[in-house]
Design a protein around this ligand. Structure first.
Ligand code: GDP
Length: 331
């Protein structure tokens, strides 16, 4: 990639130029130091503009209908004249270099829609790296004037928490269940979801979807007594991404919750807490990176690892020595 002029790029992003946005996201995803510096300058230039989008986190297991939902839901929003960006946090790309999400053949209709912008998950070596790049990409999409940013993730491991931490609203997509058990949806996810959408409420699955929805409504009532949230949220609803049914209701619900949170200061508080979390996470990641990049520390880590494995030194003693070295002490 050629050298970038952050000033020029920022002007083009503010003008809503998609190519400029794509280029800027490539810049934030780069691991090269000069690109990181340009990206940081760019983000600094864009921040004071203060544009915000509704950030919607969306999670669900593979096959539940996430891409179908994003296609239909995204098309509905662009049909209303809204601009929609779709980003992804794919934990599998962090682990294997492969990807469950985000290959370009998904969401074909939306990818041709001039009101939409789709970007697959960055491939990084760890979830923290994917999260950082995605947070920056969200900020870029906001600056480019998008009204809604959908951040998609697969329902495995830590990725939901990571996505919830960068979203204003967090939506869990589930499929109709056969039995009366809650499909192994983890309690932790139930605790962060603002809305559970039971997808595939069409044809033969319609009745099962209604039952599943009732089960989840009850589970939400038990788990989440509505002390400080809007009446009715968190809420379970049925949708059919394929038949494009229930999408307008889901959107109305999202807007109602977002408006209520704005009016009551919860929105601002949530973003403030997220900004603080992001800052602390950056410090943590930076400290961790030093273990590998600072040569004396890296070498000492390796040597002490051996000593600990041989029983020559205790793990705690060895760790204390490394921490002193990191802090600039003599160890
Ligand atoms: P993802 O892996 O979560 O992105 O799921 P996909 O969007 O790829 O959908 C997985 C399968 O479920 C596909 O065969 C879709 O056609 C189907 N599917 C998605 N949404 C619906 C729906 O609303 N109703 C029905 N009946 N099938 C759906």
């Amino acid at each position: 990639m050629a050298k970038t002029d952050p000033g020029d790029l920022s002007r083009r992003i503010l003008a809503g130029e998609r190519r400029a946005l794509a280029r800027a996201i490539t810049l934030v995803e780069s691991r090269r130091d000069d690109h990181r510096a340009e990206a940081a300058e760019l983000l600094d230039l864009l921040k004071p503009v203060g544009r915000t989008a509704l950030r919607i986190g969306l999670s669900g297991t593979p096959g539940v209908g996430k891409s179908t939902f994003i296609e239909s839901f995204g098309a509905m929003l662009t049909g209303q004249g809204l601009r929609v960006a779709v980003l992804a946090v794919d934990p599998s790309s962090a682990r294997s270099g492969g990807s469950i999400l985000g290959d370009k053949t998904r969401m074909e209709r939306l990818s041709r829609d001039p009101g939409a912008f789709i970007r697959p998950s960055p491939s990084q070596t760890h979830l923290g790296g994917v999260a950082r790049r995605t947070r920056e990409a969200v900020a870029l999409c906001e600056a480019a004037g998008f009204d809604a940013v959908l951040i998609e993730t697969v329902g495995v491991g830590q990725s939901e928490t990571v996505v919830a931490e960068m979203s204003d609203l967090f939506i869990l997509l589930i499929a109709p269940a056969g039995g009366d058990e809650l499909q192994g949806v983890k309690r932790g996810i139930m605790e962060i979801a603002d809305m559970i959408l039971v997808n595939k409420a069409d044809g033969d699955l319609k009745a099962a979807a209604a039952r599943t929805c009732a089960d989840y409504s009850q589970a939400l009532r038990l788990l989440r007594p509505r002390v400080q949230d809007l009446k009715g949220f968190p809420r379970a609803m049925t949708v059919s991404a394929l038949a494009e049914d229930g999408l307008a209701e889901a959107w109305a619900g999202m807007q109602a919750l977002a408006d209520w949170r704005r009016d009551n200061g919860h929105w601002q508080a949530r973003r403030a807490a997220q900004a603080r979390h992001w800052f602390e996470e950056e410090v943590r990641q930076g400290l961790l990176a030093r273990l590998h990049t600072q040569e004396p520390v890296r070498a000492r880590m390796a040597a002490l690892g051996e000593a600990v494995a041989e029983g020559a030194q205790s793990p705690v003693q060895a760790a204390t020595e490394v921490l002193k070295l990191l802090a600039g002490g003599t160890g």
